[in-house]
Write a protein that binds this ligand. Structure first.
Ligand code: GLU
Length: 471
């Protein structure tokens, strides 16, 4: 049988690390067995579903390269399928209409709690509601859960799990407004979409026996289940859409690479010997759902930074350049076409952990410098500096080749001419062309800025100093 997994988020929040990890594990499982990976949005909770969450999830999965083979399906487009099945379940008597009012259910619950019993529906309508059948009293539809026996399934991560049927309620499968419920739609979709392996968060483990009973009643095959443990944030709170956990998009916006994010989430709850770095091919070969940890894992931002630094410096430069361009496009940073970005990346990436850090460290390459905003700029206003800048302008203007070695040669020549040390000249040039007191290697920075920009900035500094020296 062809392996088929699915990722079925409810678009009621952004895609966070935990959701992305579930998607990655499901995707890897399908990839490993040449199977198919389905994307399905469980969007029947109309009050909490938002279109921008759907967009965010689609964007996050695509950025990470977790491409789906089927879908995206939307449960909201499949309501008729669910309604038809509910109708046939009522006809075959495996489901029933429950007319109990909310007040009655609340009272029942209260009494059960008082008697220290587990609160549950007392199945009053299961056999005794025929007299109400034709009335227009609102009703929900409940599934006739088996009254005896046990449900057994073998979780691929946790091993065998047994739940007694007398622990389980008669599940509501259709609300009084006619909408089918989560537990019902999931079962129908997993069945109709031929899902063979369900990998999802451990928060769904209690739903599994109920869903298995429904599948049995519908004569549908039972898929394999794996429930992945939760991820805790720095303060030990479970990551979830409800508590506004950090989204994958926020990591993308900070310049984290897909390779680093994937590698990071892979390792949150799974390991292979003491290996830290996994290419996607290695992930496909080595990942085994049965080895996923039963205990919860904790986010570790330092580790993510470390991985991002690793990938920034080890991926082919062309790939890093393309991520750099995506980042700049998203942030509306427009690059001067004359800047040799690949050269810049090659030379300076090892200083940085993220694309964002990199882009902001060299922002002066793409943005004009406002000299009047530089702290203590006035200390550079001197007749000597005017002479130096004139000399530099003249010599760099006549330079025919724009090579780092020629640039360095001219800087050194000016130090000799004015009997200064290299640092003095470098500081003056640095302030004029970058607005900063510290930058990496100044001859490289001059090189990347390019001849025209360099001359323009030296000229601007010269003008500024001339004006402010003589007033
Ligand atoms: N829609 C559920 C969620 O977002 C997942 C359901 C499932 O995987 O069965 O948590």
């Amino acid at each position: 049988m062809k392996v088929k997994t699915r990722f079925s988020p409810s678009p009621t929040g952004y895609l966070h690390i935990g959701g992305a990890r579930t998607a990655l594990y499901s995707w890897l499982f399908a990839q490993k067995y040449n199977g198919s990976f389905v994307l399905r949005f469980e969007d029947t909770d109309i009050k909490r579903v938002r279109k921008n969450y759907v967009q965010d999830i689609l964007y996050g999965l695509s950025y990470l390269g977790l491409h789906w083979n089927e879908g995206p399906f939307y449960q909201s487009n499949r309501l008729q399928i669910y309604k038809d099945i509910i109708l046939s379940m009522l006809k075959t008597d495996i489901a029933y209409k429950c007319y109990c009012s909310q007040e009655r259910l609340d009272q029942l619950r209260k009494n059960q709690i008082l008697k220290k019993q587990k609160p549950r529906y007392d199945r009053r309508c299961r056999n005794h509601c025929f007299f109400l059948k034709k009335s227009n009293i609102p009703f929900v539809v409940r599934f006739k859960n088996p009254l005896t026996g046990i449900v057994k399934f073998t979780d691929m991560i946790r091993g065998p799990i047994y739940v007694s049927n007398n622990e389980l309620d008669d599940l509501i499968i259709q609300r009084s407004n006619g909408m089918p419920t989560y537990n019902f739609c999931v079962v129908i979709d997993d069945w109709k979409m031929n899902i063979t392996h369900i990998i999802r968060g451990e928060d769904h483990i209690n739903n599994t026996p109920r869903q298995i009973n429904l599948l049995h009643a519908l004569n549908a095959p039972i898929p394999n289940y794996s429930h992945v443990s939760m991820i805790l944030d720095n303060s030990g709170i479970k990551l979830s859409k409800r508590n506004q956990s950090r989204s994958i998009t926020s990591y993308i916006n900070e310049g984290f690479l897909p390779e680093a994010i994937l590698n990071y989430i892979l390792r949150l709850g799974w390991s292979y010997k003491d290996q830290e770095i996994f290419s996607v091919d290695e992930m496909k070969n080595l990942f085994n759902i049965c080895n996923v940890s039963k205990s919860s894992s904790k986010v570790n931002d330092k580790k993510l930074l470390w991985l991002n630094h690793y990938y920034l410096n080890n991926l082919p430069i062309k790939r890093v350049h393309s991520y750099f361009s995506i980042y700049c496009k998203n942030k509306k940073i427009f690059l001067d076409k004359n800047i040799d970005v690949q050269g810049l990346l090659k030379e300076f990436l090892h200083h940085h952990n993220t694309i964002q850090e990199f882009v902001y460290s060299y922002l002066y390459l793409y943005k004009d410098i406002n000299l009047s905003k530089i702290d203590n700029i006035k200390i550079y206003c001197s007749i000597m500096n005017i002479k130096i800048l004139k000399f530099l302008y003249k010599n760099f203007f006549s330079l025919t080749c724009w090579h780092k070695s020629d640039i360095l040669y001219l800087l050194k020549k000016s130090t000799k001419k004015f009997n200064l040390c290299f640092k003095d000249i470098a500081t003056l040039v640095r302030i004029g062309i970058t607005g900063k007191k510290e930058t990496p290697n100044i001859s490289s920075i001059i090189f990347y800025i390019g001849k025209n920009q360099f001359l323009l900035r030296i000229y601007n500094l010269l003008r500024y100093i001339q004006i402010h020296t003589y007033i």
